[in-house]
Design a protein around this ligand. Structure first.
Ligand code: ADP
Length: 257
């Protein structure tokens, strides 16, 4: 009887291990698919600007005489594509570094209110025709954060709010500090996002519309930066009405002035 019992136990254990192996295999396959998809996306994004640069150069070289205006236009377009390529490579490097370990942050104590004002002034200069509605309910708190990275994260949200809403429509920025956290909310009255897409858009290379001018890396980067600071980005959106993206940061890192 003892032998039968231990045999049963053994069989159960084998069964359990087999199930674990099957699950691990599934996971590996899913990861492998993700990696393949990522490589395909990267290759596609790199190829597009390269094709344009090559095309422009070939057209110029084929002509025996080119007037200055045509030259300038072609060079302008090549420069534009080269800048896009550099941006893409920078973005990919940032994400790759984060994948292989924690993002290196250069945190410095910053006065939040003046930092945020400066950021918004910069964006207001870029989009002066917008109706900017700004409400900063902040005191003189100092917060430890990496100003350059955080400017990048906030910039991505503002850039999206501008890209995905009609020109001239209002943009609302609201910042608040509570005991637990600091929040910066960016609201637009643009095209909005369907409920089933609101989490997907934070994944790499995800664009809801194929016609989007961006690479689909923006929100993945913004999320990575904010999470490296111990915070999170939330989104509330209604299709056809607009979106609110909020950066939440823990306020515990506050230091005394
Ligand atoms: P992209 O470079 O395409 O802007 P992001 O990662 O920043 O990439 O955004 C991913 C997708 O999420 C965008 O292509 C767009 O479809 C959607 N999206 C982002 N922000 C907004 C917004 N404010 N309003 C509507 N859609 C948005």
């Amino acid at each position: 009887q003892l032998a039968a019992e231990s045999q049963q136990r053994l069989a159960r254990e084998v069964e359990q291990r087999t199930q674990e192996l099957v699950a691990a295999n599934h996971q590996l396959r899913a990861l492998d698919n993700q990696r393949r998809q990522f490589l395909a996306d990267v290759s596609h994004e790199l190829r597009t600007p390269l094709t344009i640069i090559r095309g422009e150069a070939q057209v110029l070289l084929r002509q025996s005489e080119v007037n200055t205006e045509t030259y300038r236009e072609a060079l302008q377009s090549m420069l534009q594509q080269a800048l896009q390529l550099s941006q893409l490579v920078d973005d990919l490097l940032l994400l790759a570094r984060t994948d292989s370990g924690a993002m290196l942050l250069e945190r410095e104590p910053q006065q939040l209110k003046s930092w945020l004002r400066k950021q918004l002034e910069h964006w207001q200069r870029i989009e002066p025709e917008r109706d900017w509605q700004i409400a900063l309910e902040l005191g003189d708190q100092l917060l430890h954060f990496d100003a350059e990275r955080m400017s990048q994260a906030l910039g991505i949200l503002l850039d999206n709010a501008i890209k995905y809403s009609p020109s001239g429509s209002p943009l609302q920025i609201a910042a608040q500090v509570s005991d637990a956290h600091l929040s910066i909310a960016v609201s637009d009255q643009g095209e909005g996002i369907a409920p089933h897409d609101t989490q997907r858009i934070f994944e790499r290379f995800v664009r809801i519309r194929r016609s989007s001018k961006g690479t689909g890396l923006g929100l993945a980067i913004a999320k990575t930066i904010v999470e490296a600071h111990g915070g999170e980005i939330t989104v509330v959106s209604k299709l056809g009405q607009g979106s609110t993206f909020t950066i939440l940061l823990p306020a515990m890192k506050e230091v005394d002035a």
